[in-house]
Design a protein around this ligand. Sequence first.
Ligand SMILES: Nc1ncnc2c1ncn2[C@@H]1O[C@H](COP(=O)(O)OP(=O)(O)OP(=O)(O)O)[C@@H](O)[C@H]1O
Ligand SMILES: [Mg+2]
Length: 347
Amino acid sequence: MTLFGRGRTTVGLDIGSGLIKLAVVSHGSGEPVLTKVALTQVVDDAIVEGEVMDPGLVADAIRGLLASAGIKPKSLVAAVGGRDVIVKKISMDRMKESEARDVIRWEAEQHVPFDMDNVELDFQILDPEGDGLQMALLLVAAKRELVDNKMALLTEAGIEPSIIDVDSFALHNAFELNYPDGMQGVVALVNIGHETTHVNILEHGVPVLTRDLPIGTRRFREDLQRERGMTAEDADQMLQAFDTNDALTPFLKSRGEELGVGIERAGAFLQSSSRSSSGLSRVFLSGGGARIPGLSAVLAERLRLPVQIANPIERLRVADGVFDTMNVDEVAPLFMLPVGLALRTAA
Ligand SMILES: Nc1ncnc2c1ncn2[C@@H]1O[C@H](COP(=O)(O)OP(=O)(O)OP(=O)(O)O)[C@@H](O)[C@H]1O
Ligand SMILES: [Mg+2]
């Protein structure tokens, strides 16, 4: 029996360096419905800088997570991200999509600093209805090794992925569904993970620039341990608490500076490199680091911009009982990316 129509469901699997997260979305009834979420911890250093150092361990964790969630995925979406993935808005002579497919590799050469023999390319025409001589394209290039490694990891976990997506697109999809009003002007989606902060800048809803900053909850924790002599557990507790802590605020001010500068630079770069864009108008935070009490306020003050925590179920329908075993306010920002992945329907 399936609960929602004929139950076309997609499993989104986000293999983070701190937590592996999955979200299941049913597409059967037309409107997407979130039917399950689950997460499991990853041992420190099993994944470093996006690279899986211990595939056996991570594959086991994935298998365990799927089993405990009672899922045998038919259609699974995972993603690649990081500095070996490039998302770029480019323009080229207007042509049909099929024709563009034939020449994209040649076209991409001028935009992608990778060895073109070992790169996977994809694109989307942003103005298919346009009639100018030029058309705008969103180009994605990922080092093939990255995609191959992800596939090998999933195979080891007993999964056949249907789609390998790109992190920034998944975040964008979750954002688009939940914050349709946020699709105006220039906004930054900032996903603060365990090791990496991913900055994704959208202009009128189109991702135009991505940047990765080597800062995450792990650094916050380790700095608290070193500077304050706290245990890892106490530091984690402080970072995952609901209330601001007087001891935490000055620490966040100095650490938030680094994040703030990274976000600001990405915004400034965009402004200098494209004629049309205005400056950043809003910032949305997601990921485990979004929850650090007081961080969004510190960033808002630093950037002099509204900063809010993004919620993947702000508008997305949620089936009964999905968050029964978790505190939804605690975990919601962590599920932005996996929900975005699960919003994809397999072709
Ligand atoms: N309820 C929670 N359970 C576990 N960790 C939490 C919770 N709330 C916040 N955290 C923090 O969130 C962090 C993980 O965040 P997130 O899942 O976004 O990172 P990740 O995707 O694993 O990392 P990265 O994207 O850098 O590879 C943990 O390291 C922890 O500090
Ligand atoms: Mg992450």
